[in-house]
Design a protein around this ligand. Sequence first.
Ligand SMILES: Cc1cc2nc3c(=O)[nH]c(=O)nc-3n(C[C@H](O)[C@H](O)[C@H](O)COP(=O)(O)OP(=O)(O)OC[C@H]3O[C@@H](n4cnc5c(N)ncnc54)[C@H](O)[C@@H]3O)c2cc1C
Length: 385
Amino acid sequence: MEQLDERPFPPGDYDVVLVGSGPGGLQTAYSLARTGIPRCAVISRDSAPGGMFRRFPLYQRLISWTKPDAPFDRGTREYEWYDHNSLVGDERAHQALAPEFMDRAFDVPARREMEAALVEFAMRGGVRVRYGCEWLSTRRDDAGFVLETSDGEYRCRVCVFAIGVTDPWVAPIPGLEAAPHYVAANAPERYQGKSVFIVGKRNSGFELAQGLLPWARRIVLGSPRPVDTTILAFSPLSIRYLSPYTEHIRGGSGSYVVDAAIERVERHTDGYRIHASGTTWEGELELDSDEVIAATGFRAPVRDLPSLGVAMVNDGRMPAQTPYWESISTPGIYFAGNVMQASPGLRKHGATSSSGSVNGFRYNARVLARHIAEKHFSARGFRGS
Ligand SMILES: Cc1cc2nc3c(=O)[nH]c(=O)nc-3n(C[C@H](O)[C@H](O)[C@H](O)COP(=O)(O)OP(=O)(O)OC[C@H]3O[C@@H](n4cnc5c(N)ncnc54)[C@H](O)[C@@H]3O)c2cc1C
């Protein structure tokens, strides 16, 4: 679904400019529009709503659940616990949209079902976005910030970046750069009969392993830290990706989960050799594998924000934020969506930090919109709803 024909928010002066049309951008745009701040522009380089869910998860199934039927009716506050994927709307017509698109083949939505629900939310909720507009660089001026984009300059007092956390981040392991990252992994059938070493044991590593189970001859997941089974039991990961782990425990299936520090990866004409040393066991590991995939994580595509003073954390992968998701070092720059997970949360008040899943950040995006209205625009009489 292409939405490039409608081009609202031409370059110019605005109160707030929001970048991104994934679930974080859509939820924030929806909520900002209801605070009364009159001049909010929303831009995205995509051609339609959905953000990351237009492409990922690579192997097509979400890890977060939606229960089409639950002990509470759709549209109630209580039902939201049973539906971690729908964005939250103020009116019934904008609520609980994910279950409307599920074919119920699984207990979690498929990627395309999630994308369809986000498109529907944008349409029913009147979320307008200037699609096909890429933010390129940023500078300050007297009134705030200037965002240079592919369509021209946007000036604003406040910017909100809902830009996701999907730029590949490759761990600094010698030779690993020769292997594809998760985002460049092939279709599962291309691994038929092959041995595959996956570097990383978090969501994306287990997602790959799960998708490759019917195809690969041998799958090894390797990284220094062991899988924490007590966390796994309560993690959304267990819903979808536990099979590679249980097959490893059971043994004899060709799936292995190894605690090892990968020291280097050598590329040969017909595959790779992985050199590693045990972390929860003593010894060295030298393993040949037809394929290696780096599932070592992602970073936020912050472009030149550090040059404006935006401090970064987590090996430079995420912007450091206040509990209200403002840059700790550059006031007026906020973050929404998955990037919110780098905020420490309202610890003093007992509130947990943000989650990188839709379920966690959809509520935070609403709070953020109200916070921006009150902190930056309340003198003009605008109040959050
Ligand atoms: C592999 C993987 C699987 C995941 N699975 C799940 C899951 O099952 N359930 C779940 O709840 N969460 C999942 N997540 C977390 C997921 O990232 C978030 O839930 C959600 O997609 C993040 O929404 P977002 O709006 O913050 O970012 P995104 O969906 O990534 O959207 C970012 C938006 O910013 C735009 N953008 C970025 N840079 C620019 C620029 N320079 N100019 C203009 N526009 C720009 C992009 O085009 C896009 O529209 C997963 C994450 C990954 C990496």
